[in-house]
Design a protein around this ligand. Structure first.
Ligand code: ATP
Length: 292
């Protein structure tokens, strides 16, 4: 799998754009995105040739019109991008998906979606737990923790803490790299637990109405799933543990929605650690805390 993938997605016009009689200047076909330049009135009078620029991405998603046969659905985005992230996590790699774009460009829709049209994050979480259930039946053990933070006005807020008003510090660990000090982690045992955490965190997010979006999340948000798999090594039957992190982010900036995965510093395969059986047993005897 390529270490970084980039996709762009076009959303339908919003009411403001319809009221302005905005002209659609984007065309998409497979991986290709074509941007037409808007002709000046002089150029229109002179009948000058149409100018355009082509760009190639890993995926160009046409979601301008849901009635159109080419409409790129949430399901398609998940099967192209989400499934690979899950495969990586189960292979022991860290992975990241982030949506990048101007306010109102469709980041929340792609990442979170709505109850009728779920986005990447709920689909990734649901699929993660289906695979965990299947793995448990074949004897593996798993532990999954989530954290959810928001960066707004240079302040880092823990969206799952009871003290969400408190600003946290970003620190650098000599071996593990940057981390957020005191960010709460919540043990989750099934999709309902994770959904409850997401819902609770979303309620804490800073939102406001902008000209581009009635319900605009005014911040950068990162939902992290830490996923630990424990099993016995085949060749010597020693217990081993693999830790993977999946970062799912929404970034507010610029003009394009961009999804990327496996970027620095999380792109290296995580190492396998060997534990003695007692320690492993202790780790997995934790009672699962149901988030309140
Ligand atoms: N692919 C899509 N198909 C249908 N509707 C979409 C699509 N993408 C976005 N929308 C709609 O466009 C509006 C703005 O999208 P969204 O809230 O996801 O933007 P955003 O980039 O997260 O904005 P902000 O940064 O301000 O929070 C919403 O009403 C959303 O439902």
């Amino acid at each position: 799998m390529a270490s970084v993938k980039v996709a762009v997605r076009v959303r339908p016009f919003n009411q403001r754009e319809k009221d302005m009689n905005a002209k659609l200047i984007v065309q998409m076909d497979g991986k290709k995105t074509r941007l037409h330049t808007v002709k000046s009135s002089k150029e229109q009078n002179e009948g000058s040739r149409e100018k355009y620029k082509d760009f190639t991405f890993d995926h160009s998603y046409w979601s301008y019109d849901s009635e159109d046969n080419h409409y790129a659905s949430q399901e398609q985005v998940f099967s192209d991008l989400g499934l690979e992230v899950l495969d990586s996590a189960f292979e022991g790699y860290n992975a990241c998906v982030f949506a990048y774009g101007q306010t109102g460009s469709g980041k929340t829709f792609t990442m979170m979606g709505s109850p009728e049209s779920q986005g990447l994050i709920p689909r990734i979480c649901r699929q993660l737990f289906s695979r965990v259930m299947a793995g448990k039946e074949s004897g593996a053990s798993y532990r999954t923790e989530v954290s959810y933070l928001e960066i707004y006005n240079e302040r880092v807020k823990d969206l799952l803490s009871t003290d969400a008003g408190h600003s946290l510090r970003v620190r650098e660990h000599p071996k593990l790299g940057p981390y957020v000090q005191d960010l709460s982690k919540h043990l989750v045992s099934d999709y309902d637990d994770i959904q409850e955490c997401m819902h609770r965190g979303n309620l804490q997010r800073t939102t406001a109405s902008t000209q581009m979006n009635d319900v605009s999340s005014r911040s950068h948000a990162i939902f992290t799933i830490t996923f630990v798999q424990a099993s016995y090594l085949r060749h010597n039957n020693m217990p081993s543990e693999t830790v993977s992190k999946v970062h799912l982010e929404l970034t507010l900036t610029s003009h394009w929605l961009l999804l990327a995965q496996l970027y620095q510093p999380w792109q290296n395969p995580v190492s396998l650690w060997k534990f003695d059986r007692q320690r492993l047993k202790r780790m997995y005897s934790y009672r699962t805390e149901t988030p309140s």
